[in-house]
Design a protein around this ligand. Structure first.
Ligand code: UGA
Length: 434
């Protein structure tokens, strides 16, 4: 088995998981980041993000996994450089590649490298531009590969080691072979292709997943208007093997660091070539409206939010993570405050949050504390523990037993039986007897 020395640039969700998993596979890995506190914490044995199994993996592989702030030190002994820096959206909707270019710049003179592999999500065509930049920096002999990431937060370590597929785009067979070998020990098939196709697979896969979610949310809205139950509909639709049951959970919309950004990036990529990707535009708009529609429905039920207290249950963009990037919770909290409500929020993992809307909201230690005296509670993140709380106690401590379940986590009949008015997405509202 070939084992390599790898420098991973970026100690975020993707870089840390990639670094730790490559170390587990037997490679020697140095992870480089520009954030001093982050590297200091990692060196002291801490882990700056919550990701299932990551802390254990880092602890188990300390002999092969180190951390540095110094780009030159990271590159000095490396054979392969993995680029895992973030590519946020620019005002034009394009991906901001400045962090990638900084990494490429720091490789100037590193002729000893065998390959540069980009894991960050990039517009199609980026690999060709990086290749040209490497060539003019005298790195013609260094291979280039695109190896996009398909791991989902919260299960990233598992997804890395047991993927549906590993996508590798490379223009020369040696680089293809090398990057494939880096994955020896990974339990999943390898899909080999050219660089632009690998870049497109990533954007297309996320766009289709986002499309499934927005489609389901639109069906849910029609269910609300017609008396159908979206959960029953989706269950049977998903039994068709051509469609499958996945990513058809209705709710207050998708968030996170990937779907919102990647769907905008794909739309911008199409737009830049003069093509209007209308389907993607609709997917994005449906998702933007989803949390706003929830607030409007609740407002109609409650007679406006002025002077009301609302409990917001869940802040993270999905359960199992402390990540709040593009989380619907921020839109929901802002809308509530703009309509005159005070917001009491709870989340089991998300740490202290600065800035609005959070600095004007009250953080609570338990769901029940958040619901004390509240005129309504909104489930924004489907944290499993919300299933098991003493809802009869919640009904007793709330000013009004009203729950808007933005993730269809609970059973309408059960909540009705406890005396709640229970609203959810794509299902008939259960009203407490007057
Ligand atoms: C997503 C993809 O699932 C990964 O394959 C991909 O690698 C990653 O983006 C990325 O591009 O790096 P992630 O954003 O971590 O992963 O989370 P998901 O579990 O996909 O959830 C995304 C959002 O969609 C969440 O807000 C979730 O609540 C929402 N969602 C998901 C729904 O509203 N309905 C569903 O049926 C599924």
């Amino acid at each position: 088995m070939v084992r390599n020395r790898i420098a991973v640039f970026g100690a975020g969700y993707i870089g840390l998981v990639t670094g730790a998993c490559l170390a587990k596979l037997g490679h020697t890995v140095v992870v480089r980041d520009i954030q001093e506190e982050r590297i200091a914490l990692l060196r002291a044995g801490g882990v700056p993000i919550h990701e299932d199994g990551l802390a254990e993996l880092i602890a188990e592989n300390t002999d092969r996994l180190t951390f540095t702030l110094d780009a030159q030190e990271a590159v000095r002994d490396a054979e392969v450089v993995y680029v895992c820096v973030d590519t946020p959206t620019t005002p034009s909707g394009d991906a901001d590649l400045s962090r990638i270019w900084q990494v490429i710049k720091s490789l100037e003179g590193a002729r000893h490298l065998v390959a540069v592999v980009v894991k960050s999500t990039v517009p199609v065509g980026t690999g060709a531009r990086i290749r040209a930049a490497m060539d003019s920096a005298g790195l013609q002999a260094v291979g280039y590969a695109a190896n996009p990431e398909f791991t989902a937060e919260g299960r990233a370590v598992h997804d890395f080691l047991h993927p549906d597929r590993v996508v590798i785009g490379a223009d020369d067979p040696d680089t293809m072979k090398l990057v494939a070998q880096l994955h020896d020990g990974v339990d999943g098939p390898i899909a080999e292709m050219d660089v632009p196709s690998a870049e497109m697979v990533k954007l297309a896969a996320n766009a289709l997943l986002a499309t499934k979610i927005s489609f389901t949310n639109e069906i849910a809205t029609i269910c609300e208007a017609t008396g159908a139950d979206v959960e029953q509909v989706v269950r049977a639709v998903g039994m068709d093997h051509r469609l499958g049951p996945h990513f058809m959970r209705p709710g207050v919309g998708y968030g996170g660091s990937c779907f919102p950004k990647d769907s905008r990036a794909l739309r911008a990529l199409a737009g830049n070539s003069g093509y209007s990707f209308q389907l993607m535009t609709s997917v994005i708009e449906v998702n933007d409206l989803q949390p706003r529609r929830a607030i409007q429905r609740l407002s109609d039920e409650i007679g406006g939010f002025q002077g009301r207290s609302v409990a917001l249950l869940g802040i993270a963009f999905k359960p199992g993570t402390d990540d709040v990037r593009e989380a619907p919770s921020a839109i929901i909290a802002s809308r509530l405050q703009a309509e005159g409500a005070s917001v009491r929020c709870w989340d089991p993992l998300v740490g202290p949050l600065a800035g609005e809307p959070w600095s004007s909201a009250t953080r609570c230690r338990t769901p029940l504390e958040a619901m004390a005296g509240a005129d309504a509670a909104i489930i924004v993140t489907e944290w499993p523990q919300l299933r098991d709380i003493a809802w009869e106690q919640a009904a007793a401590v709330m000013a009004r037993p009203l729950v808007f379940d933005g993730r269809n986590l609970l059973a309408p009949q059960d909540m009705g039986a406890l005396g709640f008015t229970y609203m959810s997405v794509g299902r008939t509202t259960v009203r407490a007897a007057a």
